[in-house]
Design a protein around this ligand. Sequence first.
Ligand SMILES: [Zn+2]
Length: 231
Amino acid sequence: MAKLRRDRGIVLTARDVQETDRLIQVLSEREGKIAILVKRARRMESPYGAILEPTNYVELIYYVRDGPYLLKEASLVRLFSQLRGDAAALEAALMGLAFTAEHLPEGNPEPEVLRLVREFLLELERGLSPRVGLLAFELKLLSLAGHGPHLTGCVRCGGEEGLTWSPDEGLICRTCGGKGNEVPPSLWRGMRMLTRLPLRATGRVKVVKEDLEVALKLLRQFPSSTARTRP
Ligand SMILES: [Zn+2]
């Protein structure tokens, strides 16, 4: 008989599969990142469609098997309901959760990562500036996952002149082989501060809007967890 397991966690992503099913990714307390198939989730009579939306904190009972696990039951633990009323905060939350799904390897339960994700959603509800908060969250997540970008001068020589961006490592200067556009000092110093400060204090960091959008793009060039584990 298939093994049943109970766990709690935050729904990171949800997408439609087959005719009526949904596949969700959850950052769970006991197992880390897991994928669960929800049969008939899109049928009118399904009680789980609304519960298993990204950002929700849920309790799950599921069958353990090869491939995605199979949902048996789900219930809501906590709804970050104020996010639903604030389009910018919700967009930042969904982007941050999708980034988490992409950059964390399967399994690997990390209480610190789950704490950071919860804190991010809570602070967004409390009025955290969405774009600065998102950037700070993503920087912190990468550094907790053990591959945060190098942000203290060039990764090879430590120099602070002519710095460019390497998607694998972070800052690298032209002398050491860096290519592409220069990353202005205001930007990488801002990113470094955002990595270090608690999320709720990141509103104090002044980041120019253009710099902010460039930084969010740079982080999206980072290899995903699947690309990273590939030989
Ligand atoms: Zn260098």
